[in-house]
Structures are given as structure tokens and as C-alpha cells.
Design a protein around this ligand. Structure first.
Ligand code: FAD
Length: 410
């Protein structure tokens, strides 16, 4: 059967592109490497799928995407967060808005989102082929001629959409296959890098803190002893570094700074108290526990796992009586609680990154249609293009909007 559009990649961008094109009457073939569609989508939002962000002012929304944000004006104008919510509500996915305008299905189930998309594809007669890994693309005179699968099968279509995602969480099928194809076709690929990712620190003892989650802390990034950025919220220690909302949000900035040498993190475990207030609080505790050993006097001040680490770093004898602790030692303790230092060695790998930054240069794509300016019968949508956002539903919104724009050309 001759197809009008072949979509490569059955993630959110590919499903939306295929569904919308078919709804407009196109004969669509959707090829997906994995045994089922939307494998990555199923793990989004910890399995709850943060579909989009309920920011309905496109100007404000665009700002979330940094310097490349303007590219998204036409796709958001056509199919923005409100249209996404309407799309799913119309398909019986009731939605709710949570902290930070995050939109989730009321059912808290990403599987419901995937089922709705598959129904959309089937109702509009999209031919779905899973376990279909595209191996190569044959292109002549700036036009794609055919696509070859790993199995040896070949497929042809009038037009093609590449929606293969980036290379974050490659175990979900997004292994960055398309970067090579696109470079060969003459597209410029901005170097893919991991974004929204945990960090790895130099201090080996961090392993002792693995699993310790922090609430209401202030974490600052320092470069050459100068504070660059600071954020308040939650974080967690991992086996070799840190993760959690504050770290994930800061990771893009940390990645940029790391290119230019060392980056330091400073954790303020007690942001509600200034140095003097914390000192008063500790003195009160020390009075109460004056006959206890230092190592047994800190339970009320910090989480259990942190105690041996802080004691070690403070170099205060753990078996010293609290009433023998000097003012200097107390100040050291306060410093450790107000500016707990960690040297960031690297970002964690793509296997732990939520998104990929980088991808197809936006200058080579028409934002109104998502058509390639280099290959006449090619369209691009989703994480494959050089734009990414913070956490909060912003990355899926890119996929829905750009995917919809592709499908709307038919
Ligand atoms: C753990 C995690 C949680 C996340 N949570 C959220 C969230 O709650 N909200 C949010 O907005 N974003 C979230 N994201 C980001 C979001 O999931 C991605 O940005 C989004 O899935 C990208 O969609 P896509 O369609 O461009 O690509 P993908 O979802 O990566 O889909 C691409 C598809 O192409 C297929 N493919 C690749 N190569 C080939 C090939 N050679 N042949 C055939 N098929 C191929 C892949 O198998 C894959 O199914 C999360 C990401 C992760 C990893």
C-alpha cells in the first residue's frame, strides 16, 4: 500500500503526528522499534504522565524554554496546552492541575494516555508496525526515497516524519539513531547532551548518604567561589551524587558550567535560620544534652544518616562530652549545616537523563509546518529537535504541539 506519510518513532510526537495526519485523511504508516508504542511515555511523571503545563499565556510559556523558546510560538499557537487538555478530555481522560501548574490525568495513569492515543490512531486507520527498527534512510536529491528496516524490509512513502526522540533513557528505545541519518542528509545536529539529570560528586563518602531525602533545603551552585544560582526545595542523595527536583532543575546550568572546570554545590540544611539563630538553637540543644556524648546529641538537629558524616567532616571527637565542645567547634558545625560543600565531577549519563538537549538545528526547520528546510519531503517533531524545557509537562508539550503541526500539513 502506498502511504502519504511514514512516521518513524511511536512516542508522543510520532503518535500525535500520525494520528492528526490520518484524521485529515492521509494514509499513514507508523514504524516503532519497540514491541509497543509509547514505552517512554509510560514512565513519564513516575508513571502518572505530566501531560502538559497549564500555562495558557504563550508568551509566559515560551520563556520556560530559554533562548530557543521563540521557535515554539507557531506550534503552541496551533496546539498549545489548552488544546492538549481538550484533546485528552474529549477522549475521556479527565485531567487535574497540581503544584506548579502540572497537568495529570485524574486516573494518575500514563497507560490511560497511551490507550487514548492508540485508539486515536486506530480510529483513523493508521497502519502501526511495531518491532520495526529503521536501519537506514535512502535519500537522493534532497528527497527521501525509501526506508530500510533492520529486518531487511523496505518501505516507501510520499512524505516522512522523524520522531525518534533523543537519547535519554535509551532502554526505552530512544537511542539517538536518527542523528546519523540526519547528518548524512545534510542536517546540522547540535551536540546532544543529557539534561534534567542527577549529578555525580567527587566525595566518595556520599554513598553513606544514599537514599537520604532532603526537604526545604537551599542548594546553591558555586563557580570559582562565586554563587551562580540558588534554589529552595527537595533533593536526594544517590550512591554517587545527588538527584531530586532541585538538582534535576539545576542540572542544565551545572552541565554548562562544568565545561569550564569545577563546580561546587553548597547545601543549606537550615535555610529558615541565619547563622546566629542556628547558633542559638544549637546552644539550646547543647544545654539540654550537656552530659551526653557529642555523637548522641545531634538527633534533633539533623537526619540520622547525616550525623556520622557531619561529625567526620567537623573533626570534632564524637566521644567528647557536649559541655566540652568549644565555641570554635560549634562554629564549624554551623558552617557545615549552612554550607555543606560537594564538588560536582560530572552529570550522570544519558541512562539517567530525563531529556536530551541538542538535536536538529532549529534554523533548518519551518516552525509553522515542522518541515525540513533541507529535505523536501521530511518533517521533524519531538525531542529530536534542538529544544527542551524544564520539568513540569513542558517537554511533552513540545511533542504534542510539534507532532500536531506535522499531521496538520495533510
Ligand atoms: C523518566 C522520565 C520521565 C519523564 N516525565 C515527563 C513528564 O512527566 N512530563 C514531560 O513533559 N516530559 C517527561 N519526560 C520527557 C518526555 O518523556 C520526552 O521528552 C518525550 O517522551 C519525547 O517524545 P518523543 O516522541 O520525541 O520521543 P520518545 O518518547 O523518545 O519516542 C521515540 C520513539 O522512537 C522509537 N525509535 C527510536 N529509534 C527508532 C528506529 N531506529 N526505528 C524505529 N523506531 C525508533 C523509540 O523506540 C521511541 O518509542 C520524561 C522522561 C523520562 C525519561
Amino acid at each position: 500500500m502506498k502511504h502519504d506519510l511514514m512516521v518513524i518513532g511511536g512516542g508522543p510526537a510520532g503518535m500525535m503526528a500520525a494520528g492528526r495526519a490520518a484524521e485529515n485523511g492521509a494514509r499513514v504508516l507508523l514504524l516503532e522499534k519497540r514491541g509497543k508504542l509509547g514505552v517512554k511515555l509510560s514512565i513519564t511523571g513516575k508513571g502518572r504522565c505530566n501531560i502538559t503545563n497549564a500555562e495558557f499565556d504563550n508568551r509566559k510559556l515560551i520563556k520556560k524554554y530559554g533562548s530557543n523558546g521563540n521557535f515554539l510560538f507557531p506550534p503552541f499557537h496551533k496546539f498549545g496546552p489548552q488544546e492538549v487538555i481538550n484533546f485528552f478530555e474529549k477522549r475521556n481522560i479527565k485531567t487535574k492541575i497540581e503544584r506548579g501548574n502540572r497537568v495529570f490525568p485524574v486516573s494518575n495513569k500514563s497507560s490511560a494516555v497511551i490507550e487514548a492515543l492508540i485508539k486515536y490512531l486506530k480510529q483513523n486507520n493508521v497502519t502501526i508496525k511495531t518491532n520495526a527498527t529503521v536501519k537506514s534512510i535512502v535519500c537522493e536529491d534532497n528527497k527521501i526515497k525509501k526506508v530500510a528496516l533492520q529486518s531487511g524490509e523496505e518501505f516507501m512513502s510520499d512524505k516522512y516524519a522523524i520522531c525518534t526522540g533523543g537519547q535519554a533513557y535509551p532502554q526505552t528505545g530512544s537511542t539517538g539513531d536518527a542523528y546519523n541519518w540526519l547528518e548524512k542528509m545534510g542536517h546540522k545536529i547540535i551536540s546532544p547532551e543529557q539534561a534534567l539529570v542527577p549529578v555525580i560528586v567527587a566525595e566518595r563518602w556520599v554513598k553513606e548518604l544514599e537514599g537520604l531525602s532532603l526537604k526545604n533545603v537551599d542548594i546553591s551552585i558555586y563557580k570559582k567561589e562565586k554563587k551562580v544560582e540558588s534554589e529552595f526545595g527537595e533533593a536526594i542523595f544517590t550512591d554517587n551524587g545527588m538527584s531530586g527536583p532541585v538538582i534535576i532543575e539545576m542540572s542544565k546550568k551545572i552541565g554548562q558550567l562544568l565545561k569550564d572546570g569545577e563546580v561546587e554545590l553548597q547545601i543549606d540544611y537550615k535555610p529558615a535560620l541565619n547563622f546566629t539563630e542556628l547558633d542559638q538553637r544549637i546552644q539550646k540543644d547543647f544545654k539540654k544534652y550537656s552530659n551526653k556524648l557529642f555523637k548522641n546529641s545531634l538527633q534533633a538537629l539533623m537526619p540520622r544518616l547525616l550525623i556520622p558524616v557531619i561529625i567526620n567532616l567537623s573533626k570534632i571527637n564524637p566521644d567528647k562530652k557536649v559541655n566540652a565542645i568549644t565555641k570554635k567547634e560549634r562554629k564549624t558545625l554551623i558552617h557545615l549545616l549552612k554550607s555543606f560543600k560537594l564538588q560536582v565531577k560530572a552529570l550522570a549519563g544519558f541512562d539517567r537523563a530525563i531529556v536530551t538537549s541538542g538535536g536538529v538545528d532549529l534554523k533548518e526547520i519551518d516552525p509553522r509546518t515542522m518541515q525540513s528546510k533541507i529535505i523536501t519531503n521530511l518533517y521533524l517533531a519531538g525531542e529530536i529537535i534542538n529544544i527542551d524545557g524544564p520539568t513540569g509537562g513542558y517537554n511533552l508539550q513540545i511533542c504534542w504541539s510539534t507532532g500536531y503541526c506535522v499531521g496538520d500539513n495533510f
